[in-house]
Design a binder for this molecule. Sequence first.
Ligand code: VGL
Ligand code: ZN
Length: 203
Amino acid sequence: MRALLIADIQNDFLPGGSLAVPEGDVIIPIVNRLQEQFDLVVAIQDWHPPQHKSFASNHAGKKPLEVIYLNGLEQVLWPDHCIQGTKGAEFSGKLDQNRIEVIFRKGTDPEIDSYSGFYDNGHLKSTGMADYLRGKGVTDVYLVGLAADYCVYFSAKDALAEGFEVYYIEDATRAINAEGFVKAKADLLQRGCHIIRSTDLLR
Ligand code: VGL
Ligand code: ZN
């Protein structure tokens, strides 16, 4: 059984948003078409409280993209983004949401960031997504959305570690950093992930 996991297609990660991923919007029509190929569609949503420690604004004198240590983990500091209940945290109005069965939210703990839809960056707390998928009989997980080098990459790694067959649909994602995209794909390939294109599924 296959599932499509849609990562963070939220206004703040799209052009005009506070942490806009270059060309993030061009994947949306592809993601909408891909959804028809799956019996189970799940969404991941970055969902931060305003005092989240991944925000540069919550560290005196720090600017976005500076790197700090946060509770022993390296942390890139981001502009404020995806704050719970704001327009920026909403899914894009262009994303077809009718087939989304469930939404897993992440980044809610102000003390730790969460790139993956499965676990926080310290692997301390699970969102319950792996057990949910297993409970639905899912064996194969297909990943799309934003950002290719953060949520999609870290979710793919966790999905592999959880024993799923994992497919990273490279034209249905866009990266914050071009270099990060190349590194993410190389690392995932080595871990046994399939890197495919949407045309492998659509005809
Ligand atoms: C993400 C940066 C900041 C992501 C979340 O999930 O891709 N990236 N917060
Ligand atoms: Zn975030």
